[in-house]
Design a protein around this ligand. Sequence first.
Ligand SMILES: *Cc1c(COP(=O)(O)O)cnc(C)c1O
Length: 363
Amino acid sequence: MQFRDLHRQYEAMRVEMDEALLGAARSGAYILGSQVAELEQQLADYVGVKHCITCANGTDALRMALMALGIGPGDAVFVPDFTFFATAEAVAMVGAKPIFVDVDENTFNIDDVDLCNKIRDNQNEELALRAVIAVDLFGRPADYDRLQKVCEMYGLLLVEDGAQGFGGSINGRKACSFGDISTTSFFPAKPLGCYGDGGALFTDNDEWAALLRSLRVHGKGTDKYDNVRLGLNSRLDTLQAAVLQVKMKHFDEELKAVNHVAKRYTELLSGKVTTPVVPQGYTSSWAQYTIQADNRDEIQSRLKAAGIPSMVYYPRTMSQQTAFAELEQTPCLVAERLAHTVLSLPMHPYLTDEEIEKVASLI
Ligand SMILES: *Cc1c(COP(=O)(O)O)cnc(C)c1O
């Protein structure tokens, strides 16, 4: 059994995919180009925002979002303590300080109450409090209703890290539309993945969109040899756009399928371990199906012995990472507990009912 079976996905779309890949090879345009522009329009329409700007990966997307918002040395950005490293790394890479915020034990997403506490704790003269990065962890959108209110109250910008969240929604409104700027990743194992690295940013703001289009090509002005600011080399390949266009045709079907898998897992596992919660009105894109159990390690070895892969996302919180050792922050107790109890099970649209039952019976 595969943790995320990309081979089955390829087989399901093989004819279209082969054609799309060859088409990109024959086009002779390999970076950006009209196919990438076409994909950007499709993605913007899907999410329901004005602009989509693709780039090389989800980490660059975060970094470019912070650069476009003018965040750098002397600034602080609030980040959930329980996330993939890139969320906090992007903040530190632009020279700002990440301040870690605890998460909600049911949704794994940034806790607005602890966010308010951390904002008050850090209202001193030394750092300018600039933004919050909320993460749609494991596919479930963060609580944007509350987060938007907190950000408004304290004059903070809101960035949505939708690397795992693309395809999720709150009351019909799609993930990657909730931030002042939102980002996603097309890493192969994400809900919408390409055949290599890829990423995108979403915004309704014309000025930021223009800035992001400049930042991804070395801070270009009127053309790429007119450089008006420092930027990155962070563009999407035509080949990846071709892959994503094929996958977009199947994406809603795949979302239905992962929601079916999640429902089956929950039916079979509830009462035995803590199963993931999707709040009323929310839909998850199920980047991960993550249970909580005190005997997590024992369950994982049992699965392993039966040839079933499972993953610990994440074994360490951001404050516990060596790279952030000198930041000295107040511990985030929920995040630390989750690092010891979470276990992500095989999850993808092509998992069969028999496979789901096998995993569940072993647990
Ligand atoms: C994967 C991921 C990223 C980074 O995306 P890449 O495309 O791998 O650079 C950022 N944030 C979160 C929450 C992620 O899961």
